[in-house]
Design a protein around this ligand. Sequence first.
Ligand SMILES: [Zn+2]
Length: 246
Amino acid sequence: MAVAYFCFNAELNYFLPKHQKQVKISHYFEERNSIKDTIESFGIPHTEVNSIEVNGEYVNFSYIIQDEDNINVYPISASLNTSSISLRPKAPSVIRFVLDVHLGKLATSLRLLGFDTLYSNDYGDEELAQISSNQERILLTRDKGLLMRSLVTHGYYVRNTQPQQQILEVMQRFDLFTVVSPFKRCLRCNGLLVSVDKESVIDQLPANIELQINEFHRCQDCTQIYWKGSHYTRLQNFIAEIMGRE
Ligand SMILES: [Zn+2]
């Protein structure tokens, strides 16, 4: 039986069980396997990997591991990131997202902050991978198996389980604090909002709406009407809280 020695660096240890964290791991194997599949067999999606060094040389994901290989795997993180050896595809010029079915609250928060975010509670795994690939959208998920699909190159495993922590995590990971544009998108469908006259929407408004409200926006896609009602202050506070955590 052949053996290869793995060192997973820095934040990649997050994905490993306790006894494998921060140690050199002896990996015994018989079959020819790509380094991508082998790394993922440890529970680490390839989307989290920035670069791989085998016996001092950088390799790509298709490298077939050999007996006695010494393997260093590096995460995507600023301190270790060297563009010349990175396996990561070039980041999309505009950051856009697609989220899996379990991240509905995170999707709403991202839309509230102005980020182009596709979400539907009936997207299947194959569809999510296709959308991410075809539209160069970053796939956010807590499903590691989904990120292990070869089709997915722009993906990120969301660590936190609490929605408020999740939005902070994503803002920090993708450095989004300087590019927020709140109240620009429909929270329901991701469509862009346009300003409309009160007269044009008056018959669509609830009967109890405050008379002094004169500013209205309508979603270009689903026609949902938005105005600065009682919920507006709550949303503003939410945004202020997020931005204060930069
Ligand atoms: Zn809409």
